[in-house]
Ligand binder design. Structure first.
Ligand code: PRX
Length: 636
């Protein structure tokens, strides 16, 4: 397997949706809806925006005057948390289950909309009492627990900007993100459960705060109950603060401008400095709720399980915000899919009667290894739709998911999108004929194309750059604190045309289906997690033994890609298996477990251009035994 399913130009293998699925589908005619949205995008998006509750209606749907700093629903006043919670409290959904949660050890909690609203209000008041005001950034570093969702929604409610850092990142990565966001408040927990072990979140947070002393207050959720250090006058237990009279169940909702920031989410790019992708209250709310409704057909009776981590964009959009805006019932599971046995997920599907399940190819491949006997022990007949995200899904995994989990009844929604896009961009609808390995066609309102370097559409079957030709409400608005990088990264390549550059290469087939090939920049997708080569490299060179490092991604059966690193050692250090282990540990500690190279090779030189840039392309070709291509710019 390589990064991508090898796309045939025309595939005979079409999977048609079952009549039951088609009958229930909200959208019955893709072509008609697509055409309508393309003809008049503004009225299409205005119509979607009508489904939300606005404090004040917008004056203008899309403002392009300051492009690429597009503005959506200009003049509109809204709060996404009001739409996710407050408005349901006024309806029958007040007593509907918003969230069912199961811990790794099997402990469970259930939140009705009313209960979730109360907890969010309480925590909103707690944050205010810690001095958090509209526009302030709050960093959240937690495991998969309901309080993570509560903390995010509480920030939104009081107009603070959350910056969630995935629990798989370590000290330096967390410190960098705190520093960049200038967060004075950090919300974390003593530890998180994973595979029966404790992930020491508080300990890592302490070290990050030591390196990034901008933090004044740390709120600590007690989850594992193991002993952690608490710094007087800086660290407070979540439960102590929530018990104070100040933590009342009524919390005034901040009236936000549609374009006010909702969150920053750091993601990897070409340099070591992570990019703070900024999303807003209005356009993002419209976009994530519309896309979830159309693609996953979510209805009041559904039990939705997005198995991602809330610390990534998938969790932000499709665990925390879109399902609550739609008033859906979500399920969240804390731990590892194989704990204590490889049937855990299937057991959960059966026990909770999950109807729509959304996960990642790497998880599917991981569970597939254990064989069909594990899922076959369980009644999975509640499932209606399945979904995949994060990397191209190889046809083998697709078919396993389709046949063994979905019993050939459940179409697979392979959704292509990015942290930057806010929500699904290229994805099927339940009625779409499917081709395993293709995310099919752009959603209504999205104009996507595959073009060459000059911007000409390439013919079917040919590789090209995936671009988006028209703004959409869920788009990122900028890179936090670095507007210039925002322009350079996404809008400079086709500046005169005003197209958004995705950073992916792709092919189209004769039916207009898009096949994603993979990243064309220095981003590696490891188990669906997005990492920059530069992040791994800066982790390595922060070790005293390493003078220089280069990281590349190599195809892997299970993880999609693995990280392969090359290191030049400083004088006085000897290459050895022990040093390789020490370096891996160092990266685990500094950047996080997800950034650890599978293999480190010690070398005496690295291929570089005359200007000194490492040619990772050459390293990759060599590692794969492929032709090295044009070497005319190579220095050594
Ligand atoms: O390369 C594409 C890949 O993931 C990248 C975006 O990563 P991130 O911002 O972490 O967001 C992941 C979750 C939305 C894309 O540029 N990617 C994402 N979904 C797919 C995919 N590649 C192929 N097929 C997908 N369905």
């Amino acid at each position: 397997m390589t990064d991508a399913a090898q796309p045939p130009v025309n595939t005979a293998e079409l999977y048609m949706p079952s009549p039951e699925v088609v009958e229930q589908a909200i959208v019955k005619d893709y072509d008609a809806l697509y055409r309508r949205a393309a003809e008049d995008p503004e009225s299409f998006w205005a119509e979607q925006a009508e489904t939300l509750e606005w404090f004040r209606r917008w004056d203008k749907v899309l403002e392009t005057a300051r492009a690429p700093f597009y503005q959506w629903f200009v003049g509109g006043k809204i709060n996404i948390a009001h739409n996710a919670l407050d408005r349901h409290i006024k309806t029958w959904r007040k007593n509907k289950i918003a969230l069912i949660w199961e811990g790794e050890a099997g402990d469970t909690r259930t939140y009705s909309y009313y209960r979730l609203w109360q907890e969010v209000n309480k925590f909103g008041n707690v944050l205010r009492s810690l001095g958090v005001r509209k526009g302030d950034r709050v960093t959240i570093y937690m495991g998969r627990v309901p309080e993570l969702m509560i903390a995010m929604l509480a920030c939104a409610k009081i107009g603070a900007v959350h910056s969630v850092v995935y629990g798989g990142f370590s000290e330096q990565a967390l410190a960098d993100r705190i520093e960049d966001a200038q967060s004075r408040v950090l919300v974390t927990q003593d530890g998180a459960w994973l595979r029966g072990q404790i992930v020491e979140l508080k300990k890592i947070a302490d070290e990050a705060v030591r390196r990034s002393p901008v933090v004044e207050h740390v709120v600590v959720l007690k989850r594992t109950g193991h002993e952690v250090a608490m710094e007087p006058d800086r660290d407070y237990w979540w439960h102590d603060l929530m018990a104070l009279p100040i933590a009342s169940t009524k919390c005034e909702t901040e009236v936000m401008d549609a374009e006010d920031p909702l969150f920053i989410l750091y993601t990897s790019g070409t340099t070591g400095k992570p990019k703070g992708i900024l999303h807003t209250h209005g356009g993002y709310a419209v976009y994530v709720s519309t896309t979830l409704r159309y693609v996953f057909d979510l209805k009041d009776e559904d039990r939705w399980w997005c198995a991602a981590d809330p610390g990534w964009i998938t969790g932000h959009s499709y665990i925390v915000y879109a399902p609550t805006i739609l008033g859906a019932t979500s399920f969240m599971y804390e731990g590892a899919p194989t704990h204590p046995y490889p049937n855990r997920w299937w057991k959960l599907v059966e026990y909770y009667g999950i109807t729509v399940m959304y996960t990642a190819p790497t998880a599917i491949r991981g569970l597939m290894r254990f064989g069909a006997a594990w899922p076959n022990r369980h009644d999975l007949s509640s499932l209606r739709l399945l979904g995949s995200v994060g990397e191209p899904i190889n046809p083998e995994a697709w078919k396993w998911f389709y046949e063994v989990i979905g019993k050939k009844r459940c179409p697979i929604m392979d959704t292509w999108w990015q942290t930057e896009t806010g929500g699904f961009m290229i994805a099927p609808l339940p009625i779409t004929p499917l081709k395993p390995g293709s995310a099919t066609r752009p959603l209504p309102g999205i104009i996507a194309d595959v073009v060459d370097e000059e911007g000409n559409s390439v013919p079917p079957g040919q590789d090209g750059l995936l671009v988006i030709k028209q703004p959409w409400p869920g788009m990122l608005r900028t890179i936090f604190g670095d507007a210039e990088r925002y322009i350079r990264q996404y809008w400079s390549k086709f500046a005169e045309k005003g197209w958004y550059l995705t950073g992916d290469s792709a092919r189209k087939d004769e039916d207009g289906y898009i096949w994603i090939i993979g990243r064309i920049d220095d981003v590696i997708k490891v188990s669906g997690y997005r990492l920059g080569t530069a992040e791994v490299e800066s982790g390595l060179v922060s070790h005293p033994a390493v003078a220089e490092a280069a990281a590349i991604g190599l195809p892997d059966e299970l993880k999609g890609n693995i990280i392969y690193a090359y290191c030049i050692l400083r004088q006085g250090y000897e290459a050895s298996p022990a040093l390789e282990e020490a370096l891996k540990n160092h990266v685990r500690h500094e950047v996080g477990p997800i950034a650890v190279p599978a293999k480190i090779e010690f070398v005496s030189a690295l291929p570089k251009t005359r200007s000194g840039k490492i040619m990772r392309r050459v390293l990759k070709a060599r590692a794969l035994g492929q032709p090295e291509g044009d070497l005319s710019t190579l220095e050594e």
